[in-house]
Write a protein that binds this ligand. Sequence first.
Ligand code: NAP
Length: 292
Amino acid sequence: MGSSIITGKTRICGLIGDPVEHTVSPAMHNAAFKKLGLDFLYLPFRVKPEALGEAVAGLRALNIIGFNVTIPHKVAVIPLLDSLDPLAEKIGAVNTVVNKDGELRGDNTDGPGFLQALLGRGVEVGGKNTVLLGAGGAARAIAYILAEEGANLTILNRQLEIDQAEALARDIAEDFRQAAGVMELGDENLKKALEKADMLVNATSVGMSPERDATPVPAHLLKSALVVFDIVYHPMKTRLLKEAEAAGARTINGVDMLAWQGALAFEKWTGQKAPLDLMRKEAMKALQKHED
Ligand code: NAP
């Protein structure tokens, strides 16, 4: 909060999800508000799936300035909103809502946050052969942004029958006239896909706490020529990142993307440039508490 006292002018924003107990977003945003002297407050709201409609109606009635949306509401919230940013519409998932004079507009800062995290580390995307693991909400956001930036995509996902990866590749082909390869996630296909790859992105939840010993890619397939980006941020250094580092690869962790997606939401709500480094530091501090 910008001032230490809540006043009649304090603007409220927050997060809806279930669970929200371990979110680091309040720490990131409230520290940023304070740093910029903004009379804003960010609150977490645990909202059960069956109460989502009531929650959004309540947030609307309370004229909240905006809110983040996390698991399990990123898709279900869409019909409850008044409009959608075109990228969020294509991705089919919303992680940020902005209240513009009573109109609730859905946006997605996960893909742009991912891209900014890469650019911030000096990694250009255009023309890069990229192996993307996963076809869930975050993977869709990342696939769109990578396709928009001209990366060549190969998507690997388990449960090929469910067709999520094929649907994603079809959507990319329609929107960007660009073919994306699709394979089932497994060691043989990983070996094939990684032979020509410049970049590997894990957008599955494999390796996330408490399954810290899990990794989506066997260590012997990692090589020094790769940029390896794991969007899992809890733990901050996953087994995949440790093994990629040991193989001499460049690594980027999920905290960078987490800070960036938060910073981009912050800018939409406040109209001010976000203090990114502070937000990253606060996110790491809050995550560290869960890791101890
Ligand atoms: P999601 O929509 O539930 O998608 C999960 C993905 O992981 C799906 O592709 C799923 O495959 C795959 N998966 C899950 N368990 C697997 C396993 N044992 N083996 C292989 N694949 C498996 O979730 P999401 O929202 O995309 O989030 C995915 C991860 O990204 C989470 O860890 C989340 O915390 C992280 N994330 C990070 C940021 C950030 O800012 N750093 C932002 C968003 C998300 P199926 O399709 O086969 O089920």
